[in-house]
Every structure is written in structure tokens, then in C-alpha cells.
Ligand binder design. Structure first.
Ligand code: GLN
Length: 232
């Protein structure tokens, strides 16, 4: 008989600060919808993991180079990313939206961005969207590595607007970050858990099975309601 095989511990990378999906609470613990879902799914499927909060772009790079087994980071499922990653089933709807300072009444449309600076986060769907319209509307893009820097930049007046995922912008506003959304959200990919293409198929399968189970047993709704309230 074979010796009992040591159970594999998966390394899963995430963003550093992307509330309500992942962020540090007052005691420095990583919390958020993504992390509650991952925990519930791992419990349901009986796998172990080690969390690596690397930041979004770094997490995606680490997955691509095979340094981590998976990424859960409010990562949008896009056709471009599907070339290099395999995604789970969708677990949350998203799409980029423009945020501006709540006191700024001059930016009501993309036309108002002409000649102005706009802040985005490296490697994100919001950045790709801003790139896709910047020539048409004549604005300049400045790039930052994490989400809180986008708000700081707009507050300080360095940029008049930022592009970020709708659920994250809306959550920040609800938390009182002093921003507002003058326009509706743009179409975008829903969030999925990612592995490197052709790798960790067993992990992806467990994620999908666990996701289906926690949707059926109420743990998915519980995790979302914990951060967004019952109405979500
Ligand atoms: N959903 C966006 C993307 O996948 C942003 C993710 C993030 O910043 N954590 O590009």
C-alpha cells in the first residue's frame, strides 16, 4: 500500500485593498466577500490553501508565471484573459464605472474629461476601458498600483476622475469616501476564480463544485450580505 499522500496546500493570490472583496480589518486580518467565499468553498471541498495578498497586477503576473496556484481578486473574466487563464463560473457581476469627487460638478460626461487627467489601476478592466476611450475624449491616463491611491489622487485634485469596478466604487461611496458616480456603469466581465490555463484543473473543479454548493446552502448569500447588506 502507498503511504498516505501529503495533502496539497494551494497558494492563492489576491489583491491587497479592494473592498468589499478583500481588505484588512482593524486587526490586520484579510476579510471580504472573496475571502469568505474562498473559505466556505475550501471547507465544502476539503482543500487547504495559503493566501498571498500581492496586489492585483502582481497576483495576475504570479499566476501567469506559475508562482501561485490560483487568483481570487475581483478578477473579471475577459476574452483576453481566457487565452492564458482558465476561469471558474462567474460569482459576481461587475463592470467599470467613472468616479469623481462628490464636490465636482464639472464632470458629468466623458466629454468633460477633455484635456484632463484620469486615474486607473494597473492591469485592470477599468484601465483597459479608459485606454479604449482616451483618444476619443482627449484625456490623459495616470496609473496607480492599488485602489486607495485612485481616491487619494482624485481627492488631491491630481486627476478629475478614476475608473474602477462598479461594486467597489459604490461600496466606497456608501462608506463615505466622498466620491460620486455621474454616469451608469459600462459593460464588463463578471468575477471569476482563475488558474493558469491547463493547470490546477482539480482546484478549478473543486472551486466550481464548492461554489454551486454554497449557493445552494445559503453560504454564498450569507457572505455577500455580511458586506453589502441583506438587500444585495
Ligand atoms: N475586476 C477588475 C479586473 O479584473 C479589477 C480587479 C482588481 O482591481 N482587483 O481587472
Amino acid at each position: 500500500a502507498q503511504a498516505a499522500e501529503a495533502k496539497k496546500t494551494y497558494t492563492i493570490a489576491t489583491d491587497t485593498t479592494f473592498p468589499p472583496f478583500e481588505y484588512q480589518d482593524a486587526s490586520g486580518n484579510y476579510v471580504g466577500i472573496d475571502l469568505d467565499l474562498l473559505k466556505a468553498i475550501a471547507e465544502d471541498q476539503g482543500f487547504e490553501y495559503r493566501l498571498q495578498p500581492l496586489g492585483f497586477n502582481a497576483a495576475v503576473q504570479a499566476l501567469q508565471s506559475g508562482n501561485v496556484d490560483g487568483v481570487i481578486a475581483g478578477m473579471s473574466i475577459t476574452d483576453e484573459r481566457k487565452q492564458v487563464f482558465d476561469f471558474s463560473e462567474e460569482y459576481f457581476q461587475s463592470g467599470p464605472i467613472m468616479g469623481v469627487d462628490a464636490n465636482n460638478s464639472a464632470i458629468l460626461s466623458y466629454e468633460d474629461l477633455r484635456g484632463q487627467r484620469v486615474a486607473v489601476k494597473t492591469g485592470t478592466e477599468g484601465a483597459t476601458f479608459a485606454e479604449s476611450i482616451k483618444d476619443q475624449y482627449g484625456f490623459t491616463i495616470v496609473t496607480f498600483d492599488d485602489s486607495p491611491q485612485l481616491i487619494e489622487e482624485v481627492k488631491a485634485g491630481g486627476s478629475v476622475a478614476y475608473f474602477e469596478d462598479y461594486p467597489v466604487v459604490a461600496y466606497g461611496i456608501a462608506q463615505g469616501n466622498g466620491m460620486k458616480m455621474p454616469l451608469p456603469k459600462e459593460p464588463g466581465g463578471a468575477y471569476g476564480f482563475a488558474v493558469k490555463k491547463g493547470q490546477n484543473a482539480e482546484l478549478l473543479k473543486m472551486f466550481n463544485q464548492g461554489l454551486a454548493n454554497i449557493k445552494a446552502n445559503g453560504k454564498y448569500d450569507e457572505a455577500v450580505a455580511k458586506y453589502l447588506g441583506e438587500s444585495s
